[in-house]
Design a protein around this ligand. Structure first.
Ligand code: AOF
Ligand code: ZN
Length: 372
């Protein structure tokens, strides 16, 4: 029923969903900016059609809107702009995006997530309305907010979003004592896990895992090799071996060590010589103080951190109530004798998480939960 309110809502959701998918293109590449997308849509033909697209550029500027408007040119006049975040209202290197939409003569703006940035919050939509533009807010707001969860967490809570990844065998284990790395998921799920790494700013492991598994923690997907996040080891006593894969590759992909200032000066020096960067770290109860570490990471511009840790580190993040998202892979593999028990499983999740996704990758299942 073209022209009805229901049909309009349906079109809005459809184009906003497309805009949110498009915004994934630069997720993890826009520094402290969220990766936002804009679609300019005209509805004067037989079907609505996209005449301009923009996504926040690598590095965070230019914003999405001026790029989409430039592509649309004169066709933007009278069109609808779909924006995954409230258009900005502040002057950066370019005028505010809200003003750019006004100048281009769009008739209507449909927004998804609202922006907690005090320079923008509510002001972007106000500029549009004052200019006589029809504004519809909060279309697929939750989906858009999920796509930029790291940005929102850093803006509101001043810490990165913490994603806890766990691969659990059919007998409830995450590894085997003394066996190093144990393959619990198959190659298809493993590629998904690498994709998850590519979207994050940092990966955190505990020193136990770093020593026993000797992991690389890089992204090894064709074409995405350059997207490896910073690797952070929770290593109060600076025990990371200089011969570990992490230390040996520190000049190619950064390795940061969360070590106490009292840690052995010789070992610290040797690791620094290998290219490992020391993070001044506070300790609490004999362990690295996680809230302070996260504050520090946010101050350095990080919005998302993937915890690929063993059971103890996973429990430490959970105990401090610092986990925002859980990604759980489980597969048919059995670990058997000597297995290291998972800190939790899908049937006994920490409280407060709700299921967001349930997917299959080859023989493995992947479920994702978020809080709130
Ligand atoms: C938009 N479109 O594509 C993005 C926006 O440092 P600046 O000047 O780039 O501003 C950063 C703020 O801009 C950021 O906190 C968020 O409020 C907004 N991001 N806004 O209109 C975009 N990426
Ligand atoms: Zn802007």
């Amino acid at each position: 029923m073209p022209g009805t309110a229901d049909a309009r809502d349906e079109i809005d959701r459809r184009f906003m969903a497309a805009a949110i998918r498009f915004s994934a293109r630069h997720a993890g590449l826009t520094a402290t900016n969220p990766s936002v997308a804009t679609l300019i849509v005209r509805e004067d033909g037989a079907f609505p059609r996209i005449v301009g697209r923009g996504v926040t550029a690598v590095g965070g500027r230019p914003h999405a809107e001026p790029q989409a408007l430039a592509e649309a040119g004169e066709l933007a006049r009278g069109a609808t702009a779909y924006v995954t975040l409230e258009p900005c209202a502040h002057h950066g290197r370019t005028p505010p995006c809200a003003n750019a939409l006004v100048a281009a003569g769009v008739a209507r703006v449909v927004g998804a997530a609202s922006d907690p940035d005090p320079r923008v919050s509510g002001k972007g939509y106000a500029i549009l309305r004052e200019a006589g533009i029809e504004v519809t807010e909060s279309v697929l707001a939750a989906e858009a907010a999920d796509m930029m969860a790291g940005y929102l967490m850093r803006s509101v809570r001043k810490r990165p979003e913490v994603i806890l990844k766990l691969a659990v065998s059919s007998d409830g284990m995450i590894g085997k004592a003394g066996a190093g790395q144990v393959a619990i998921t198959g190659p298809v799920a493993r590629r998904q896990a690498h994709l998850l790494r590519a979207r994050c700013d940092a990966i955190v492991v505990g020193i136990g895992t770093a020593i026993v598994d000797d992991p690389e923690l890089t992204v090894r997907l064709p074409g995405l090799e350059g997207r490896s996040p910073v690797r952070i080891v929770l290593d109060r006593n600076a025990r990371l071996p200089v011969a570990s894969k992490l230390a040996r590759s520190a000049r190619t992909v950064p390795v940061w060590l969360a070590a106490a200032s009292q840690a052995d000066a010789g070992r610290r020096h040797a690791l620094e010589q290998a290219g490992v960067r020391m993070l001044a770290t506070e300790t609490f109860d004999g362990s690295v103080a996680l809230p302070e570490l996260l504050d520090d990471m946010a101050a350095q511009g990080m919005s998302s951190v993937l915890v690929e840790a063993g059971a103890d580190t996973a429990r430490a993040f959970l105990a401090d109530d610092l986990v925002d998202r859980i990604v759980l892979f489980d597969g048919p593999v059995r670990v058997g004798d000597g297995g290291i028990a998972a800190p939790f499983d899908a049937d006994r999740l920490p409280p407060g998480f709700r299921l967001l996704r349930d997917e299959r990758f080859g023989p493995d299942r992947c479920r994702e939960w978020t809080r709130g």
